[in-house]
Design a protein around this ligand. Sequence first.
Ligand SMILES: [Zn+2]
Ligand SMILES: [Zn+2]
Ligand SMILES: [Zn+2]
Length: 157
Amino acid sequence: MQFKTILKLIKENREPYDGLLNSPEWNKKRSKILQRDKSCCSKCGKTSNLQVHHKYYLWNAEPWQYDDDALITLCAGCHDNIHKNTSMPWKIFIDGVLTDFHFTPCSRCGGSGYLNEYKHVQGGICFRCRGDQYEEIIEQRNAFRTTKVTFISFENE
Ligand SMILES: [Zn+2]
Ligand SMILES: [Zn+2]
Ligand SMILES: [Zn+2]
């Protein structure tokens, strides 16, 4: 996933895995979680319309690559509520370490991605973030040149 995509998903507070949740890998993981939670919503105990919710999102992992602790069974109603009322945290694996993924507005342009006073230079795109708006994106963009981002798998543990 691209940073821009993640940013969009964070702003919209959406489940990032539309289209991936029909895969056999996810079905396997989903059954495992449902079984663990005894096929009941963990919030209200309902046993119909169950869904498996990710407590946080990893930008460099597929939906089935999460540790079981990160997943929870909810009914459709409780699941909707969670997504309406909480913003889901994002995490990232950098050099094998699970790290919070925060977004801080660019210190030069304040997060707009533009510098009005430099409109005459390259359309005013911020010199510091190059229009990417957030410090973390600048950092990650630099870090990814030198750091190996590993895809995780809990399957063999
Ligand atoms: Zn429920
Ligand atoms: Zn969810
Ligand atoms: Zn900027």
